[in-house]
Design a protein around this ligand. Structure first.
Ligand code: M6R
Length: 619
């Protein structure tokens, strides 16, 4: 499973190590980054060259410092803790500059560790969690143990998701690597060994790779690789040979980026939570408005386009249901022309994957002119909307390559959920059990993995419905919002016409379209009671209306439900969550897979659908 963001590269062997590592970083460019750096041994010291901006900037720096060393490591950073500056770029040193590290992921307890080490006299030069990790490893290394032992002991003090590579000036010609949740791949050659955060960076040099297991420590020299577990016991490993060509390798072996991105969602869920929830299941958001602001806000307006708009609707559901805070969701393109009534105490939230959507940017500028508080929920760091909003929360989903948005949607809904819970925490909203819902969020990743296991069933269903002339997507409550997103997926990549709406609206006109061959996909994940009937019972009545007119019904329900199957022609079951909006969010995953497989069976251009662009920068 590939957890994207940042690139790691390392090389030991007879070639010019810095050139190899720079080439590997170029091959990881598709992951996105905003600074880069390289470390290598230099006359008994470690030389670090790093630069904010693109790799060409680092390339210029390297040209000014030519070297012929046989070992090096490099990193391309996508900023999380601290701005994308030269100082915050990796590699980072420990206190004594004996060791240097590169790191992907987030160290969740870095603030506590930083305070602990500062009390022991450590000085920190950057704002990063990575520098703190370097100091923790250095702290262990100062006890006189070998580098791999220092790393093994240090990781017991670190909490979070990480892939780490460490070099020491006292042990040149050695790289030590470990990981938890972030990927790290070792490449084995003859008289040379290497590592990277993704296979494409290794393929020009070797096809024999080891996908490093979580929690083990790998020790690489040019002629040897040794792996030990967390208790320092030797781990037996067997390299695998990669048969993919380079293009397939960039897609992690998946046929399309879309499928890869759908499969990344369990990791994306974890990544979205990383650094934002503490051991007491409280939400932590650094760098957003001061606490008094959340008491002042009287209304939220969410402004977005397409999939991000659909994620915004889930936000409305949360703000209104959980917080009783009025919330409207606007299409960015309509917002400006509608001459919106904006309360001076309102908050405008701009949801966007690319951060460059022209309509959303124009709406943001209008809010700024009107002096309304603005908050971005953005995936691409350094994008216009991320820069121009008063405050920005990053979705941390990693680069999304396929035009059709999948993992960004999940990450957007996750961030909106965290934000709603954060406001509840700060304002002490009665009746909202924040730690309880956070505990549910902790288990969401596993449940998302269970949804991916539905793929064989979804594939069989796709074969059956691939020629449908029209597909309805229906639901009530949060399921209705997911219906809009699921329909968008099917139409944009499979080019199948869709009708999407709350299930209760269907009989006010669109039901006239139902005839033999038409399919209706119903979200029926909620069994919440409204008055005396459950939402699911009402949805089942709507299913009957379709079936009675010759339509084919597909019901998406929960694992424990046995009512939908009595009516639906096909049933997909997702794990249940206590919070109905989370179950609804999970139900988007099999429906993304359904759109994908219908499009694939029909021979569509999945990653680049006709007439569409990833980032819509025209109004
Ligand atoms: O980059 P943005 O999130 O602002 O893009 C908004 C829409 O263009 C985007 O979500 C679009 O609808 C997706 N391609 C749908 O899959």
């Amino acid at each position: 499973m590939i957890l994207p963001m940042c690139g790691i590269a390392g090389y030991l062997g007879p070639r010019k190590a810095v050139d190899v590592v720079f080439d590997q970083l170029k091959r990881l460019e598709y992951r996105g980054y905003d600074s880069a750096g390289i470390a290598f041994p230099d006359h008994g010291e470690i030389r670090v060259l790093k630069k904010a901006g693109k790799l060409t900037e680092l390339g210029r720096l390297l040209e000014d410092h030519p070297t012929d060393v046989r070992s090096a490591m490099g990193h391309s950073r996508w900023a999380t803790h601290g701005a994308p500056t030269d100082l915050n770029a990796h590699p980072h040193f420990d206190q004594t500059e004996d060791i240097s590290i590169i790191h992907n992921g987030i160290i969740e307890n870095y603030l506590e560790l930083r305070e602990e080490l500062a009390a022991k006299g450590h000085d920190f030069h950057s704002q990063t969690d990575t520098e703190v990790a370097a100091h923790v490893i250095g702290d262990e290394y100062s006890k006189g143990v070998p580098l791999e032992e220092a790393v093994r002991l240090a990781v017991k003090r670190l909490r979070g998701a990480y892939a780490l590579v460490v070099m020491s000036r006292r042990e040149p010609g050695k790289l030590v690597a470990t990981r938890n949740a972030s990927p790290l791949i070792l490449g084995l050659g003859k008289g040379e060994n290497m590592l990277a955060s993704d296979i494409p960076a290794l393929l020009p040099y070797t096809r024999d790779v080891i996908v490093l297991d979580e929690g083990v420590i790998a020790v690489l020299t040019d002629h040897d690789v040794k792996i030990v577990d967390g208790d320092a016991r030797d781990v037996h490993f067997k390299p695998m040979t990669v048969e993919w060509d380079l293009a397939a390798a960039e897609r992690g072996g998946y046929e399309h980026f879309m499928l890869k991105e759908i499969h990344e969602q369990p990791d994306v869920i974890r990544q979205t939570l990383a650094g934002r929830i503490d051991e007491k299941n409280r939400i932590r958001f650094d760098q957003i408005f001061g606490e008094h602001v959340w008491h002042e806000i009287d209304r939220v307006n969410i402004i977005a386009c397409g999939t991000a708009y659909n994620a915004g609707l889930m936000g409305k559901h949360l703000f209104e249901k959980l917080l009783r805070l009025p919330c409207d969701v606007y299409y960015s393109s309509e917002f400006r022309y509608g001459d919106p009534v904006l309360s001076p105490k309102s908050l405008a939230i701009f949801v966007t994957q690319s951060g460059e959507t022209a309509d959303t940017l124009a709406a943001l500028r209008l809010c700024k002119q009107r002096r309304i508080r603005t908050l971005g929920i953005v995936n691409v760091i350094g994008s216009s909307i991320a820069r121009e909003c008063d405050r920005t929360i990053f979705t941390q989903a990693g680069p999304e390559i396929c035009v059709a948005s999948t993992k960004a949607y999940t990450a957007q809904v996750m961030v909106l959920t965290l934000l709603a819970l954060y406001i509840a925490q700060v304002t002490e909203t009665p009746g909202v059990r924040v730690p309880h819902i956070v505990e549910e969020l902790r288990h969401l990743s596993e449940k998302a993995s269970a949804c991916l296991e539905l793929e064989p069933q979804v594939l069989a269903l796709a074969e059956e419905i691939r020629n449908t002339p029209l597909a309805f997507f229906l639901g009530r409550g949060a399921d209705a919002y997911v219906a809009l997103e699921s329909a968008l997926k099917l139409k944009e990549i499979a080019y199948i016409p869709t009708q999407e709406m709350p299930a209760g609206e269907m009989k006010h006109g669109p039901i006239a379209l139902i005839e033999e061959g038409v399919i209706a996909v119903f979200g029926a994940t909620s069994d919440a009671l409204v008055e005396n009937a459950s939402i699911r019972e009402k949805v089942i009545s709507n299913m009957q209306e379709i079936k009675a007119r010759g339509g084919t019904v597909i019901g998406v329900t929960t694992e424990d439900d046995h009512t939908v199957e009595r009516v639906a022609n096909h049933v997909l079951r997702v794990p249940d969550c206590e919070s109905d909006f989370l179950t609804a969010l999970l139900s988007a995953i099999p429906l993304q897979l359904l759109a994908y497989h219908v499009a694939r069976l029909n021979g569509r251009e999945i990653d680049q659908p006709r007439n569409l662009a990833k980032s819509v920068t025209v109004e």
